[in-house]
Design a protein around this ligand. Structure first.
Ligand SMILES: Cc1cc2nc3c(=O)[nH]c(=O)nc-3n(C[C@H](O)[C@H](O)[C@H](O)COP(=O)(O)O)c2cc1C
Length: 213
């Protein structure tokens, strides 16, 4: 069964991301072709990056918390990122969690649920830039929840019906691409959570030779 993680992008006290992740999960759970699971960044307690070697270089991690995060993310076939907008970008805690890993993200799709005064669209646009570097295929459909119209008093989530329609379109696209990319993952990916990386070494050297900077 295809497995998709719904990743919360904020960890501060009073955050909205768990309620939004629960709404996404509730809608997604109606589907029988895919297994969805909420992955809460708050459960991983990652510090600011303290690995001495970048994940793209060896994929071997010094810290147990990074290995646990790696095993969790490697086990999924795709992702739905729930991201608020902080100063026109994604929260630092989300970028930090993304930066801890590399090949674990490869050859998988991602969809986005943004929220903020303008639906978190600027945060999602910035996340899309990051996705390219991680060999993540970001789908077009995107949920943009407005703090003014999709939350009661700016706090309680009450999304409009049109948001459910967009959410389902996004989930369809993520599921389709997760299946389409499965042969690539079978060839190049980390197939067993916790296994030593079976990476496409050409991709690492691609990075190191500076074909992208
Ligand atoms: C540090 C910070 C910066 C913010 N900057 C923006 C912003 O640039 N644009 C926006 O639409 N909302 C902004 N907001 C409002 C958040 O999108 C809103 O408070 C949201 O609920 C935060 O997500 P969270 O509750 O999951 O932490 C900001 C909030 C915080 C805490």
């Amino acid at each position: 069964m295809t497995r998709i993680a719904i990743i919360t992008g904020s960890t501060r006290p009073g955050r909205k991301s768990p309620a939004i992740a629960a709404w996404v999960h509730q809608n997604a759970a109606r589907r029988d072709d895919v297994d969805y699971e909420v992955v809460d960044l708050a459960d991983f307690d990652l510090p600011h990056l303290e690995e001495p070697v970048a994940a793209a270089m060896t994929g071997e991690y010094r810290h147990p918390y990074t290995r646990r995060w790696s095993q969790t993310i490697a086990a999924f076939d795709g992702y739905v990122f729930i991201t608020p907008e902080y100063n026109h970008s994604m929260p630092g805690v989300l970028k930090n969690a993304i930066d801890h890993l590399y090949t674990e993200w490869h050859d998988k799709p991602a969809g986005f649920v943004g929220y903020g005064t303008h639906g978190g669209t600027r945060a999602v646009e910035q996340l899309r830039l990051v996705m390219g570097e991680l060999h993540i295929a970001d789908v077009r459909a995107q949920v943009a929840l407005s703090l003014f119209t999709d939350f009661h008093n700016g706090t309680e989530l009450v999304p409009g019906d049109h948001q459910v329609k967009t959410l389902n379109t996004m989930l369809d696209q993520v599921a389709r691409w997760a299946n389409a990319l499965a042969p690539l993952r079978a060839t190049y990916g980390r197939q067993t959570p916790g296994a030593k990386p079976t990476v496409d070494e050409s991709r690492r050297s691609d990075r190191m030779e500076g074909s992208r900077s």
